[in-house]
Design a protein around this ligand. Structure first.
Ligand code: ARG
Length: 561
């Protein structure tokens, strides 16, 4: 039941003139205190339009308003405050959830249209850092939320497997590398070589030149260069694959940057044909007003990150016919995406309208940016291991005989890491803290999962069976905030999609869990045979919505913990 929508409709009916229902809905607030009602409509804007005092308008409206879902209306200081008919709403909300089950909150406005989500996109031969975790979990969650809204998401991992850095890496490997060591711990060893390259290049500038040469050879298809590159790439993808398995993430495409090598010539030709390319110091660029030019081709003829992204965008439009196309990439690349979209606009690609950069803040360590180059980096793989280990320790302390301990520990440990990231609004920087992540209390993944397990356990103990439906009104006043929260779920999903912001779902599940735990603490749910059915229906509704909320964040909801 979309209660705000209904309330807005009731108000609109009482107003003469052009008052948009959506605008009214948007103005509706929650009263400051619970005893003042469930919803409040401020009359200040109407007062201006009708040249009356807000108090008068509120009083007039309160007199006239009535609807089956409204119990009582009060005019308080320029607001129309409404007390909802709890019995009716509770019945309706629960009937809706129990009928829809995990489909509760599903929207259809996506109309089956394709939305490509470019996320994760780590660079090969470098460790999968905590920085990449942000893109991975935000992007994954967004594709799940998009699907819930009726879109057809295509998840793309735009692997960073091309560029001058591979010339440097080949140089370093040929100078100091050892096959056996690399085979044993590929990513660690390759990172070491990469760091060493930058250290030594400070003293010996000739190294940079060698790096450029090796990249050139790579681009020209030189045999040794290609075979080293392929080896580094395969090893890296294997390592990344382990992490995606742990996180439970799959992709529809892992076409990386190198995939576009044979598609860039046409892009450059097209730009030339459209007359948007100009020469600048031997390089080819697309110039803009009020923004630095987009570099398309270097003086030595090699292409760039932007060229590959142009080719990728055109390829994706052709292959998937996307209506929307998201790039979940750190905010330090904002200029790059602005330029990318602007080039496409300039050559008349109208579908560019549906593209968006979804930026996010940095992962900080002790307030500073984490960087791979200086080797000052926390490896995601180690973090996940540690989180799972801690979760296991916790289980062994509290519930040593739990079945499927390993699996539960994995779901709780990785869930903790995912939730720690997603609970922050994406544009905020996140301070990396293993400790915070792994606290199993407060606003954390394990807290939500624990609440879900608690609900599951109640249903088992009360022998709740699915076909039993909510029948009578509950007399528990602490149930109401739970119902109000459950009612908001569809709206939360829609808003989090509109803002491309999974943190709204994360904050929502915290609220629902809190309301439910308060209810749990104040009502002996299984005690009264008269009420047990109704109460367990509520518990079941909470379980359904918590589980679905966690799923949308990319997390599992264990039955027992
Ligand atoms: N590999 C890049 C990086 O780690 C991110 C790529 C993002 N996606 C894209 N289509 N540019 O910085």
């Amino acid at each position: 039941m979309r209660i705000k929508e209904e309330f807005a409709h009731v108000i609109k009916q009482q107003l003469e003139g052009q008052w948009d229902r959506r605008k009214i809905e948007w103005m509706i607030e929650k009263p400051k205190h619970e005893h003042m009602g469930d919803l409040a409509f401020p009359c200040f804007e109407l007062a201006k339009a009708f040249r009356k005092s807000p108090k008068m308008i509120a009083e007039e409206l309160s007199e006239k308003i009535s609807a089956s879902f409204i119990e009582k209306v009060e005019a308080i200081g320029g607001y129309v405050n409404v007390f909802l008919n709890r019995e009716m709403i509770t019945t309706e909300v629960m009937a809706e959830i129990l009928a829809a089950q995990e489909n509760y909150g599903k929207a259809i406005f996506g109309n089956g249209k394709v939305i490509t989500v470019d996320f994760s996109s780590p660079n090969i031969a470098k460790p999968f850092s905590m920085g990449h975790l942000r893109s991975t979990v935000i992007g994954h969650s967004l594709s799940l939320i998009a699907e819930k809204c009726g879109y057809n998401p295509v998840k793309i991992n735009h692997i960073g497997d091309w560029g001058t850095q591979f010339g440097k890496l080949i140089t370093a490997y040929r100078l100091w590398g050892d096959e056996e060591t690399v085979k044993k711990e590929p990513i660690k060893e390759l990172l070491k070589l990469y760091v060493q390259f930058h250290e030594e290049a400070k003293e010996n500038p000739d190294l940079e030149e060698q790096g450029r040469n090796w990249f050139k050879k790579l681009e020209e298809g030189h045999e040794e260069a290609i075979s080293l590159w392929t080896w580094f790439r395969d090893e890296s993808l294997k390592e990344f694959g382990k992490i995606y398995d742990k996180l439970g993430i799959t992709f529809d495409s892992q076409a990386g940057e190198a995939f576009y090598n044979d598609k860039m010539k046409r892009v450059v030709e097209l730009l030339e044909y459209k007359g948007v390319l100009v020469e600048s110091e031997g390089a080819k660029v697309v110039p803009f007003e009020g923004m630095p030019p987009c570099l398309i081709k270097k003086r030595d003829g090699s292409t760039l990150y932007a060229t590959r992204d142009l080719a990728a965008a055109m390829y994706r439009q052709k292959k998937y016919g996307f209506a929307k196309s998201l790039y979940v990439v750190g905010s330090e690349q904002s200029l790059h995406f602005k330029q990318l979209f602007a080039v496409l606009r300039k050559i008349g690609c109208e579908w560019e309208q549906g593209m968006a950069h979804v930026p996010f803040g940095m992962m900080l360590k002790d307030g500073k940016k984490m960087s791979t180059r200086k080797g000052k980096v926390v490896l995601l793989d180690e973090v996940l291991e540690e989180a799972v280990y801690q979760a296991m320790k916790n289980i062994n302390d509290k519930n040593p005989h739990l079945e499927d301990k390993e699996e539960v520990a994995r779901h709780v440990g990785t869930g903790a890491v995912i939730f720690h990231d997603l609970k922050h609004f994406r544009l905020h920087d996140v301070e990396f803290s293993l400790e915070d992540m792994l606290t199993f209390e407060g606003e954390t993944g394990p807290y939500i999962q624990y609440t879900h397990a608690r609900a599951s356990s109640l249903l088992r103990k009360g022998r709740f069976n699915d076909s039993q439906q909510y029948t009578s009104a509950m007399e528990d006043s602490s149930a109401w905030p739970v119902v109000v929260s459950l009612m908001q779920f569809p709206d939360v999903i829609k808003r989090s999609f509109d803002a491309y912001d999974p943190s709204q779902v994360a904050k929502y599940v915290v609220e629902l869990a809190r309301a439910f735990n308060h209810y749990y603490g104040s009502v002996r749910i299984l005690d009264d045979p008269e009420q047990i059915q109704s109460r367990l229906s509520l518990v079941h509704s909470v379980k359904i919505v918590l589980k679905e909320g966690l799923r949308l964040l990319g997390m599992e909801a264990p039955e027992k913990m």
